[in-house]
Design a protein around this ligand. Sequence first.
Ligand SMILES: C[S@@+](CC[C@H](N)C(=O)[O-])C[C@H]1O[C@@H](n2cnc3c(N)ncnc32)[C@H](O)[C@@H]1O
Length: 270
Amino acid sequence: MTDQEGVDWIPPGADISRPSAARIYDYLLGGAHNLAADRDVAQRLEAIQPQVATVARRNRAFLRRVVRFLLDQGIRQFLDLGSGIPTVGNVHEVAQDVDPAAKVVYVDHEPVAVAHSLMLLKGNRHASALEADATDPAAVLASEPVARLLDLGKPVGLLAITLGHYLPPEPDVRGVFAAYRDALAPGSHLALTHLTNDFAVLRDPRVAETMKSTQDHIYPRSRSEVLALFEGFELVEPGLTTSANWRPDRLAAVVDPEEDGLYAGVGVKP
Ligand SMILES: C[S@@+](CC[C@H](N)C(=O)[O-])C[C@H]1O[C@@H](n2cnc3c(N)ncnc32)[C@H](O)[C@@H]1O
């Protein structure tokens, strides 16, 4: 299907009338899979907070570092919840660079993100994408790609990178994370980033207000609320910090959390 903007990457039936977090984030990262309505929201966010694209880039850099960290821990299979529109340095690229047989299942509720992921993954026997709501762990875990690609008897890298703050208080977000935890083998890791009002950079209420015009409302959480998502996992060093400050690459400067904005952490299931 080709929409009025002349793009051919919108799958049939996708609701493109409302902007989406996946496409706004793609725009902020300099990607090409976004529409005028998404760019409008992104530009309004940037007008409120000029650092918003920097926060997005730091988050994406955290994602790549954390996948490399998990590979170092021996993880060879990844369940990426809220995976978004694939951009360069996606999870399967980082993982399969280290081990070509590393398995990845991407999960997103946004049809454009999933259609584009499937297109990119054509011919890749070890990675796939699923259109599903991450708040339905039973459906995700029983899905065809998970059954085909992941061995839940072995450790999994569960990624929820900038996912949690899109999940409303109901159904109980802790319960959602706990259901994934319970289904995963000891040695599995949870890696997440999460928006918060604890730090200045994204605290302006106009940020959440602006996102109300999209498919993806946001629910910032406090430090203790984010820590609660790690229940049943042991946080690895340096504990819960912010995205740029979680095991930064050598020589990277420390970033003031007030400017970094997103909580970031990794826990292991004992
Ligand atoms: C900002 S993007 C993050 C992409 C990628 N994880 C990263 O950090 O680079 C957030 C993604 O979460 C997805 N998302 C939001 N709520 C979701 C839900 N309930 N189930 C699945 N995906 C969801 C959005 O569609 C979007 O693609």
